[in-house]
Design a protein around this ligand. Structure first.
Ligand code: FES
Ligand code: FES
Length: 165
């Protein structure tokens, strides 16, 4: 451990931005980013499945990059900008990606959905998804246990303006 890193269990100050809003909080150095978002900020759209980096349900964006919030400590968000699924529909209006998920029946229980949406958001900001193979690659870091992936693939192609079926 370096001198700058807080000791385990130490209470530390955290200044971060979540969904465009600045926060200054005092947190336990062991608190995960997922638990900070869900428990402290009540942003419960970020879900916890495996809690060890496998399922992707906890995916959020950190400075625009998709990360597993179950594997990150809240203090690692110091000075960074976090985006959660709530940021996609700030006024309760679904964004085009969410609309496409709905139209393509890409949601069943919905437990995995916020993670898929954030992974897809990162990819779509870099440019459209042009092929089914590309769409499957974008979705490959997340796991859905009930609805399957075909609707999600079509949703990504829809928002990319690719004529699916
Ligand atoms: S809960 Fe984080 S990857 Fe599964
Ligand atoms: S919709 Fe149920 S786990 Fe994906």
């Amino acid at each position: 451990m370096t001198e700058q890193e807080p000791a385990p269990g130490e209470v530390v100050r955290l200044a971060t931005t979540v969904n465009g809003r600045p926060y200054e909080e005092v947190v336990d150095s062991r608190l995960t980013l997922a638990d900070f978002l869900r428990g402290r900020l009540r942003l419960t759209g970020t879900h916890l499945g495996c809690e060890h980096g496998v399922c992707g349900a906890c995916t959020v964006l950190l400075d625009g990059a998709a990360v597993r919030s179950c594997l990150m400590l809240a203090v690692q968000a110091e000075g960074h900008a976090v985006e959660t699924v709530e940021s996609l529909a700030p006024d309760g209006e679904l964004n085009p990606l969410q609309e496409a998920f709905s139209a393509r029946h890409a949601v069943q229980c919905g437990f995995c959905t916020s993670g898929f949406l954030m992974s897809a958001t990162e990819a779509l900001r870099a440019g459209p998804v042009r092929t089914e193979e590309e769409a499957r690659d974008v979705l490959s870091g997340n796991i859905c246990r009930c609805t399957g992936y075909a609707g999600m693939v079509r949703a990504l192609l829809d928002v990319s303006g690719v004529d699916g079926e």
